[in-house]
Write a protein that binds this ligand. Structure first.
Ligand SMILES: Cc1cc2nc3c(=O)[nH]c(=O)nc-3n(C[C@H](O)[C@H](O)[C@H](O)COP(=O)(O)O)c2cc1C
Length: 183
């Protein structure tokens, strides 16, 4: 069993999404002793923006395809994902490897993986709320993983910029949820 653990927050030890992915990893490794964990910190070790030449390097997609479970920390920056995480997505959405076009439309080829995403957002983006139309993090990640054949699971800490009390409460709830996820 191989778990790929990815973080993309620029906030180091203060990061909520990093705390969530760490907790998910703790739960998964307790549950499945002996799992191999591959860690990618996309801030400490960024992947360059996509270029045509970059397609010659398959190391990022090979690492993704070799994993059974992928745990991703995804903070919301300017209503969407960090560019560091987008650069990683750009390497794993590859025609012929993770999706293909058929006579019936696109087909995902990365089926069977478990993808768990720890979201951290400063505000609230619940359906029907005034800010919902600006939510391009969870919606984007769900769409892109669905496209390659995966239904991702989410653990979200929201309202982190509202007040210190709200932040503490939201992180506590999200960390609690990670226990349920691994069960
Ligand atoms: C550069 C930057 C941009 C941000 N943009 C948004 C935003 O558009 N919407 C939002 O709800 N929160 C925004 N936030 C707040 C973050 O989502 C929040 O601080 C969250 O905790 C980030 O995750 P992290 O703690 O893992 O870094 C932004 C934070 C930073 C640092």
């Amino acid at each position: 069993m191989t778990i790929l653990h990815i973080d993309s927050s620029i906030s180091g030890e203060d990061s909520a999404s990093r705390a969530i992915t760490r907790s998910i990893l703790d739960q998964l490794t307790i549950e499945r002793g002996g799992a191999d964990v591959v860690y990618r910190d996309l801030v400490a070790d960024p992947i360059p923006h996509l270029t045509l030449d970059a397609f010659a390097d398959s190391s990022v997609i090979d690492e993704f395809l070799a994993s059974d479970t992928v745990v991703i920390g995804a903070p919301m920056y300017n209503f969407t994902l960090p560019t560091q995480l987008k650069a990683w997505i750009d390497r794993i959405v590859v025609a012929g490897k993770t999706f293909q076009y058929t006579a019936n439309g696109p087909e995902g080829l990365a089926k069977g993986k478990r993808v768990i995403i720890g979201l951290a957002r400063g505000g609230f983006y619940n359906e029907g709320s005034p800010a919902a139309a600006l939510e391009h993090l969870e919606t984007y990640l769900r769409g892109v993983f669905n496209f390659i054949g995966i239904e991702p699971e989410f653990v979200a800490a929201d309202g982190l910029a509202i007040s210190p009390e709200q932040r503490a409460e939201s992180i506590k709830l999200a960390l609690g949820e990670t226990v349920r996820l691994a069960a």
